[in-house]
Design a protein around this ligand. Structure first.
Ligand code: DQA
Length: 149
């Protein structure tokens, strides 16, 4: 059975560490990737870690995940609040999906309170900083292990 998990990041997350550090912290996306790789290794998972500012690339990765990945961790960033297309792509994916937000979106502007992706996600982590990613990976590992075939 596949132990491959896609970790997908949406727009502007390439600026993590430089962008609004009072909201998103000082860790860079490379730091997050390194943390995810450590957690994946200890959970016996393999990861593909991607970021894009383009909606279609994220959709294409979700389609690729349909063929080869056992789970998806996704921070869709601003596409969370706008993208029916990402929701539809995730709805065509059968494995566990965990949605991650570094900030507590519910403590912020009202437009961040609605997530299209949450209509599909099996779990949502918000406001735990970049630790949310590694917690999400641990959850995916658990869901894969307990999956009834
Ligand atoms: C975010 C929250 C979104 O509202 C925002 O557009 C982002 C990042 C987060 O990780 O807290 O770009 O997904």
């Amino acid at each position: 059975m596949s132990r491959l998990v896609f970790v997908l990041n949406g727009p502007n997350l390439n600026l993590l560490g430089k962008r609004q550090p009072h909201i998103y912290g000082h860790e860079t996306l490379a730091d997050v990737e390194a943390d995810c790789r450590k957690t994946a290794a200890s959970e016996g998972l393999e990861i593909r870690f991607h970021q894009s500012n383009r909606e279609y690339e994220i959709i294409d990765w979700i389609h690729e995940a349909r063929e080869i990945a056992a789970g998806i961790v996704i921070n869709p960033a601003a596409f969370t609040h706008t993208s029916v297309a990402i929701l539809d792509a995730l709805s065509a994916y059968e494995g566990p999906v965990i949605e991650v937000h570094i900030s507590n979106v519910h403590k912020r502007e009202a437009f961040r309170h609605h997530s299209y992706v949450s209509l599909r996600a099996d779990g949502v982590i918000a406001g735990l900083g970049t630790q949310g990613y590694t917690l999400a990976l641990q959850r995916v590992a658990r869901l894969i292990a307990t999956k009834k075939t």
